[in-house]
Design a protein around this ligand. Structure first.
Ligand code: SAM
Length: 418
């Protein structure tokens, strides 16, 4: 049995052979010869036939392996058969250009670390057959936009079913008190109307009624660096205000056992509050709100570790990981993602809702920020994303983590693929 790394090298040789061939086209006999040379196979390795399978039919093991890699490249949309020819394949025109979406049933570990894996797949193909306790799902699904993103969007009419179907297997595996955090859009409008869609309300009710999730909080992610919109209803017809937030919904399957702990997300006290605590607290008595709030001479006098965060997340788009992702994507020649979150958003929820070692997942991975935050925080992670190019760019953000490995098929992705 060959070592895994040799098998992976062989895969890369097969991919590279097509990329280097005249007109990117190769017949199988030539392919076998090129691979033998590139991989340094012994001359008899391509000739010796051994009994394989139950029937014991004689086959050459190396050629079979090469043909198997050929099939994987076909599944990846990298190569295709030349019409009407037997055993002749060529690079597809789209290889490295159009977004390559995983077909139903395709599951390929795009890259992995000691703590987690990013799988090129539709989420349903992976989570549908998962049997592993999940502590948290932090995800930002595609929004039901009228003008679809490059990666595709479900329409509003099917949206509730789409999200419930995607999350059902996650919720089935959620440990008691585990959480689901959903970042969606508030800015979906009724057709030809400045009125907002009620899809958000329908979705919350469906997640409760169909999946048994309880709403713990709806937190606005306030982002003043959002471009001004909705253009038609705020900038052209001046009937709406420009938007500056997206809602983030936090659900759990068991509020009585929810595993959140705000001590894991404490913020630094302001200088003013520190001074107040150090001075022994308020030096006065006051009553506000018809007696609901009282200040006594020792109020706020106890030294505490930090400030409990408010349930509003204020973050701009600026993020070093987004910057790094863009640079890597440009260098490799893959398109950048059109809807990246700053990593600090999943980072906050992972700290608040999980403990080291817990499994954190993201069904709609994009540039794998949930995975990245989980990796840095010592949580295990599993993320699916159906566009191969996004995974290629994201892989670069994980290179320095222990155990990093990338499937060689990913090296064939991009205009400047190696
Ligand atoms: C809003 S983006 C997520 C962005 C991500 N949070 C980030 O910061 O990069 C949604 C992602 O879901 C992916 N997607 C859509 N449908 C999918 C499916 N059925 N399975 C897996 N990924 C899917 C899209 O390709 C897109 O990258």
């Amino acid at each position: 049995m060959r070592s895994t790394s040799t098998q992976l090298d062989l895969f890369a040789h097969v991919a590279a052979a097509y990329a280097d061939a005249p007109a990117s086209t190769l017949d199988n006999a030539t392919l076998y010869g090129i691979i033998a040379e590139r991989a340094g196979l012994e001359p008899d390795e391509l000739e010796t036939r051994i009994p394989i399978g139950k029937a014991g039919a004689l086959h050459n093991a190396a050629k079979r392996r090469i043909r198997w890699y050929q099939q994987t490249l076909k599944q990846l949309g990298v190569i295709e058969r030349v019409d009407g020819e037997r055993g002749i394949w060529k690079l597809t025109e789209n290889a490295g250009q159009d977004l390559q979406k995983a077909a139903a049933g395709v599951k390929l570990v795009a890259f992995s670390t000691e703590l987690g894996i990013a799988v090129w797949s539709r989420c349903e193909s992976v989570f549908g057959c998962l049997n592993e306790p999940i502590a948290l799902c932090v995800t930002s699904p595609p929004y039901p936009l009228r003008q679809a993103r490059a990666y595709g969007n479900p329409d509003e009419a099917r949206y509730v079913d789409f999200i419930c179907e995607a999350l059902e297997p996650v919720v089935r595996n959620l440990i008691a008190g585990g959480s689901v955090v959903l970042n969606i859009s508030n800015d979906i409008f009724e057709a030809k109307s400045p009125a907002r869609s009620l899809y958000v309300e329908r979705l919350i009710l469906a997640l409760h009624d169909r999946l048994g999730l309880w709403l713990m909080d709806r937190m606005p992610w306030v982002n003043f660096s959002k471009p001004p919109g909705p253009t038609w209803w705020a900038c052209v017809n001046r009937v709406q205000l420009t938007t500056a937030y997206e809602p983030v919904f936090w659900f759990t399957n068991d509020p009585a056992r929810v595993r959140s702990d705000n001590r894991r997300v404490l913020e630094a006290h302001s200088d003013r509050h520190l001074r107040l605590m150090q001075a022994g607290g308020a030096q006065r008595s006051a009553i506000y709100g018809d007696g609901a709030y009282r200040i006594r001479p020792d109020s706020y006098g106890r030294l505490t570790e930090g400030k409990i965060p408010r349930n509003v997340i204020q973050r701009g788009h600026a993020c070093n990981d987004t910057l790094a992702y863009r640079q890597h994507a440009a260098a490799i020649g893959v398109p950048t993602h059109g809807a990246m979150q700053p990593t600090s958003i999943p980072d906050f929820f992972i700290r608040f809702l999980t403990e080291p070692g817990d499994l954190v997942v993201d069904t709609f991975g994009g540039t794998i920020r949930t995975g990245l935050a989980a990796e840095r925080l010592g949580r295990r992670w599993l993320v699916t994303e159906w566009i191969l190019q996004y995974l290629r760019g994201a892989a670069e953000l994980f290179r320095d983590f222990p155990g990093f490995g990338m499937h060689p098929a990913l090296a064939t992705v991009g205009k400047k693929a190696c």
